[in-house]
Write a protein that binds this ligand. Structure first.
Ligand SMILES: Cc1cc2nc3c(=O)[nH]c(=O)nc-3n(C[C@H](O)[C@H](O)[C@H](O)COP(=O)(O)OP(=O)(O)OC[C@H]3O[C@@H](n4cnc5c(N)ncnc54)[C@H](O)[C@@H]3O)c2cc1C
Length: 543
């Protein structure tokens, strides 16, 4: 019997187990037992918990959600069409709670109809220690031995408090994903609210305090364009101020990629794949890796942006496009003082009412080539300084490419126009008389900041690091893993039977914190490894 412990029962755990179940269906009486540790119901986990308020919506197009398997052939969109939740097929960004229902249902099917002998352990894991060929997993319920462990802790547990969070501040999650009536009561109608953060988590808070309190949206037409107007419910704060260091708002996601640009992107996808092959690690060992030529990759992205700009009929030099990424905004945008007007300008460019902005060009390039970048950049060896530079520039590009969907951007704009919402630089924020809400999310990986200074975010990773079972490279925050998710230890060797999937592995992997099941193949390779192990063990004992 192979005993597996999954630490964290969110979507990554679900996808890995669905894959394992499908790989083992031909074996009768599977000699495997899987325990999923998570205080939340698995499948949905904490982020997609079904109890969260309905105004919290998906940030990506629902068509990417697919937890289908031999047990249920339906993607999320097919599932909700059958259950009558999206009869017209028009709701592209549904409530997260509904996504959670789908994910939870797939996990329940796996328990009832799958072959994994699957059990949910509703408790927090506090430590993992190697005991010979096995792992001792410590939880609030005691400890147990397992043959295989998977770390899939994603965004971590409830109750995260960011560094620099003020003493009396509320955390965004108390008002959103893990809403507490008590916390909502601390933000009375008519109050002044100051939010630390001006990105997706802050937008959740804004919607929770307006739409979530009875405010409504009226469809209107402004300057010939569809827009929304906010109709106050009377229970919202008088003023909500979002704050951020750069004070640059996220750009709404592009609605669609025009045909000619798709051809340009196709060409560069091939080039990036080639770059990835030339710069990939020759083996799993950390020490074998050549240093990647990041300058060549940036030149490629710049060439792609230039061609996209030309095909979009806008003037943009290489220097201008380059400076847009370095500064986080174009010169044209920096000349617009108000974040609300920047948002309006982005929406107009998105709809092609106004000419494309440099930000729009970069959003097409970054999101259009993202799948290839994820593959090409995974586990590369960085030259000194390249890692830090990449993180800085990638953060700017993500603000241009992975902002709110258009319906959310329109709601924010309506709140700006109604005088309820504003945004200002953190440095100017006046906290006196304001209710402060912290909407700064935990960094990717498992440290509070880049190694070696960053501290482990949880005792679980602290003990694994102390025992040298895992490795975090300098200037990174996430675990270095092999292509099947197996962690590499401090010597760069495979820490056999210990794997990590998703956000804990970010930095060495890119964009792993997503519902998109096709972007990262590690969970599949993990399931294949386990299936091979179980199949060959069961063949040895077969009569
Ligand atoms: C507010 C929010 C909105 C998001 N919206 C989107 C979106 O629209 N689209 C998208 O693609 N992605 C979105 N994401 C990213 C999201 O994290 C991924 O889509 C997905 O949830 C990742 O799955 P996961 O299983 O790796 O991590 P998670 O979903 O974070 O699941 C990890 C699980 O591990 C559990 N856990 C953690 N530590 C322990 C421990 N020590 N012991 C036991 N259990 C533990 C947690 O309770 C949790 O249930 C969003 C994230 C957040 C926080």
């Amino acid at each position: 019997m192979t005993r597996i412990a999954m630490i964290g029962g969110g979507p990554k755990c679900l996808f890995a187990l669905l894959e394992l179940n499908d790989a083992l269906t031909s074996i009768q009486e599977t000699p495997v037992r899987v325990d999923v540790y998570d205080p939340y119901p698995p499948g949905a986990g904490r982020v997609w918990n079904t109890g969260q308020p309905r105004e919290l919506r998906l940030n990506v197009n629902s068509r990417i959600i697919d937890a289908s398997s031999t047990l249920c052939l339906q993607s999320f969109d097919q599932w909700r069409a059958v259950s009558g939740e999206n009869a017209g097929g028009e709701d592209t960004y549904p409530a997260r709670a509904l996504v959670g229902e789908y994910l939870r249902e797939q996990f329940e099917r796996l328990v009832e109809d799958g072959c994994l002998n699957l059990a949910h352990r509703p408790s927090v894991v506090t430590g993992i220690v190697r005991q010979g060929a096995q792992w001792e997993v410590f939880s609030e319920q005691g400890s147990e031995l397992y043959d295989e462990v998977v770390l899939a802790t994603g965004h971590g547990l409830a109750g995260y408090r960011s560094e620099g969070m003020l003493g009396g501040a509320l955390s965004a999650t108390q008002l959103t994903v893990e809403r507490e009536a008590d916390a909502m009561g601390k933000v009375p109608p008519g109050s002044k609210v100051l939010i630390r953060g001006a990105a997706l988590t802050a937008y959740d808070v804004v919607l929770a305090l307006t739409e979530g309190r009875g405010g409504r949206w009226e469809q209107v037409t402004r300057n010939g364009l569809a827009a929304v107007r906010y109709l106050p419910g009377g229970q919202e704060p008088a003023r909500i101020t979002m704050t951020s260091r750069s004070n640059i708002p996220m750009s709404p996601k592009p609605q669609r990629i025009p045909g000619p640009l798709r051809e340009v992107l196709d060409d560069f996808r091939t080039r990036i794949r080639r770059w990835g092959a030339a710069n990939a690690a020759p083996s799993g060992k950390a020490t074998d890796r050549p240093e990647a030529d990041l300058d060549a990759l940036w030149q490629m992205l710049l060439a792609c942006a230039l061609r996209c700009a030309r095909h979009s009929g806008i003037r943009a030099s290489a220097t201008e496009l380059c400076n847009t990424v370095l500064a986080g905004q174009s010169q044209a945008f920096s000349a617009i003082n108000s974040p609300a007007e920047k948002l309006r300008a982005s929406l107009r460019a998105n709809r092609r009412v106004d000419p494309a902005t440099h930000e729009w060009i970069w959003s097409i390039v970054w999101s259009g080539l993202y799948a290839q970048l994820v593959q090409a950049l995974s586990r590369i060896q960085w030259r000194t300084g390249d890692r830090e530079r990449f993180n800085r520039l990638a953060a700017n590009l993500e603000r241009m490419a992975f902002g709110p969907p258009e319906p959310t951007a329109l709601k924010l704009l309506a709140l700006f126009d109604a005088g309820i919402l504003q945004q200002e630089p953190s440095a100017d924020a006046v906290t006196a008389e304001a209710i402060v809400i912290d909407a700064v999310t935990a960094p990717v990986g498992v440290l509070s900041g880049p190694a070696p200074e960053g501290r482990p975010a949880h005792s679980l990773f602290g003990s694994l690091l102390a025992n040298q079972e895992i490795q975090i490279r300098r200037a990174e925050r996430g675990l270095l893993t092999d292509t099947d998710g197996t962690c590499l230890n401090a010597r760069g060797e495979r820490s056999e039977s210990l794997a990590a999937l998703g956000r804990p592995t970010e930095d060495p992997t890119l964009g792993h914190d997503t519902l998109n099941r096709t972007l990262h193949p590690e969970y599949r390779a993990w399931a294949q490894r386990i299936a091979t192990k179980i199949t060959s063990a069961s063949q040895k004992v077969a009569p």
